[in-house]
Design a protein around this ligand. Structure first.
Ligand SMILES: [Zn+2]
Ligand SMILES: [Zn+2]
Length: 249
């Protein structure tokens, strides 16, 4: 099977992984390559919300594949916004500190590894966020993407989530700080509802949002609670082309 072939419930393989990546903003599952009920729900939500189908069946044929491509093209990701601004790395860290943990506890939140780019699922989920925000008339931007260890050093930060597993989104053009706060809260609610994200990090294998107390006037979105196998280097990208090109299956 190759990416572009029809897919349906019960199918397994690398092209199902690619489907799960691309539909990360619609409910959301892990990229386990198993087209089960969760993946089928993602397809149905995409078919209903993006394609406008009245009775979506959750089977992926040529029309749905074309719609996924069109959805990606309609929501370009500005990789310039995502780059680290430290002035030392190439924009996405230097691959330092793999397997090294802050405080010595082997917990992903303390993993110091500079992942090689930004996680593809996070960026496809960002596209979903752009899509649903668009229904409210909001335009999203990324005000903080990659922040490598050198950038952390320059700013006195210790958190390593922005080593490729997190972006901070902002809604453009709020007329006041109060309205900005309200809109950021509403966007978090939308992502919980539409993308099955969680506020906080209690559950494993869920997209996470920082609560309003930490992120009042922006929306931090991350994949740090994903299992290690879903944080493999191959899932991280540095260019739009790499985001949009399925890996060789
Ligand atoms: Zn840097
Ligand atoms: Zn953040």
């Amino acid at each position: 099977m190759a990416w572009g072939d029809p897919l349906k419930r019960g199918d397994k393989g690398a092209d199902v992984v690619e489907l799960q990546m691309r539909l990360a903003g619609f409910r959301g599952t892990m990229p386990d390559g198993d087209f089960g009920p969760g993946t089928e729900l993602q397809v149905m939500v995409f078919q209903r919300d993006v394609m406008g189908m009245k009775n979506p069946k959750g089977r992926v044929g040529a029309a749905t594949l074309a719609a996924i491509d069109a959805f990606g093209a309609a929501h370009p990701v500005d990789f310039q916004q995502l780059t680290c601004k430290c002035g030392v790395c190439d924009g996405f860290g230097q691959g330092l500190f793999k397997g090294k943990y802050r405080g010595g506890r082997k917990i992903e939140a303390y993993h110091r590894y500079e992942y090689p780019g930004i996680h593809r699922m996070l960026l496809w989920a960002y596209r979903g966020a752009m899509f649903y925000a668009g229904h409210k008339g909001w335009k999203l931007t990324v005000n903080s993407g990659y922040r490598c260890s050198e950038d952390n050093r320059q700013h006195g930060r210790s958190s390593t989530n922005h080593h490729g597993k997190a972006i901070d989104m902002d809604i453009l053009g709020a007329p006041s700080k109060m309205i900005d706060r309200e809109r950021c809260n509403a966007l978090r609610g939308l992502l919980v509802e539409k993308a099955n994200a969680q506020v906080g990090w209690a559950a494993g294998n869920r997209k996470s949002l920082e609560p309003a107390e930490i992120a009042p006037t922006w929306v931090h979105y991350d994949v740090r609670s994903y299992d290690r196998k879903f944080l493999a280097d191959r899932y991280f990208v540095k260019t739009q082309a790499a985001l949009d090109t399925p890996p060789v299956l």
